[in-house]
Design a protein around this ligand. Structure first.
Ligand SMILES: [Zn+2]
Length: 343
């Protein structure tokens, strides 16, 4: 009997992974932007999914990019949220019925299977994570932390889908930092917890955020811009290390490569220039950034990640004493404490 005619008993859950990223297409011919949405599934091995030639990531549509000038200026942001959720609802509508009742599909080994596609992950940068979670960018898209407690290492109550929908219906937006989106696209999706779907945004939160916007700036205000450049310039040239001949303040475009090259030598270039407590802070945050990027995680790697974060929080008061900063109530610093559970 042909396998394709032979239905497999039971059903298969297919974890759906979505990704969206609003991008500028051209800076020369007007500010043309596109907002593609991609879909892949968790049943495909990560090694294959990451190969461009495997075409495991499918473009399922484009979201509308509009300046929304037909609305009053103060409502542009909210109109943008509503438009995003409406367009996503239309795009993902087929997942509602298929998730509940399953859909017959032929698997790679030729069997006819009853497949239930369930949204389980949404890859997006921080502003789009807030858009997906219907919350304002000044708030965490995962939990109910208050903006004046972002810098503390304390567990906060996570958003729940049911409570968030209730809050949106009751119109208590400002209380929980939510935006007035009455019909979020995930409302009807079966078995989906959208707040558990959000994934860490390593480029914006760690490379550009924690390292570039905070760690480098803190160190610069302690030892001075000139001195930090001298340290980078004085570095011994080595074949596999990038040599910043003009220092780092003259770098105009900070790409992921520049960040990675700077991080490799940053701790050693600071030895002797900052006190041991500051060095511990730099060391612990860089450790955290490196551990996060491991391709595979075990209990041990998650424990050392947690220890690095605790070390940072245990020493961060030194930066306040040195008058480098007043507090640490920054969403990007807060976001680090969600990494372990999200992984
Ligand atoms: Zn949070």
């Amino acid at each position: 009997m042909d396998n394709k005619k032979k239905p497999l008993e039971g059903a298969i859950v297919t974890p759906v992974i979505l990704s969206s990223d609003k991008m500028t297409l051209s800076q020369f011919n007007g500010d043309k932007k596109a907002w593609p949405v991609y879909l892949t599934i968790g049943n495909i091995s990560k090694d294959i999914r990451h190969q461009v030639s495997a075409h495991a990531m499918l473009l399922i549509g484009y979201l509308p990019v509009s300046k929304l000038e037909c609305f009053q200026k103060k409502t542009w942001s909210l109109a943008g949220y509503c438009l995003f959720h409406h367009a996503m609802s239309l795009l993902l509508h087929p997942l509602v019925d298929a998730g509940h009742h399953g859909k017959e599909m032929i698997s790679a080994d030729g069997y006819l299977c009853q497949v239930h596609p369930i949204l389980t992950a949404y890859i997006a940068d921080f502003p789009e994570q807030c858009l997906v979670g219907c919350n304002k960018e000044s708030h965490c898209p995962c939990c109910l932390v208050q903006s004046n407690q972002c810098g503390d290492l304390e567990e906060c109550m996570c958003y729940s889908m049911a409570d968030t929908l209730k809050t949106l219906q009751c119109m208590k937006f400002d209380v929980e930092g939510l935006c007035a989106v009455f019909d979020p696209f995930w409302k009807e999706l079966p078995f989906t917890d959208i707040f558990a779907c959000l994934t860490p945004d390593i480029l914006h939160q760690l490379h550009k955020g924690i390292f570039h916007d905070h760690l480098v700036q803190w160190c610069m205000s302690i030892i001075g811009e000139k001195e930090i450049n001298v340290h980078f310039q004085a570095m011994t040239q080595y074949s596999s290390l990038h040599h910043f001949k003009k220092g780092i303040t003259s770098v105009l475009q900070w790409t992921g490569t520049e960040h990675k090259e700077m991080k490799r030598v940053f701790v050693s270039l600071l030895v002797g220039a900052v006190d041991d407590h500051v060095l511990t802070i730099v060391h612990s945050l860089l450790d955290f950034i490196y551990y996060v990027q491991l391709q595979w995680h075990m209990d041990l790697t998650l424990t050392v990640m947690e220890d690095s974060l605790k070390t940072f929080h245990g020493h961060k008061h030194i930066l306040v004493e040195l008058q480098v900063c007043e507090d640490f109530n920054v969403p990007k610093i807060h976001s680090l404490q969600h990494y372990i559970s999200l992984i």
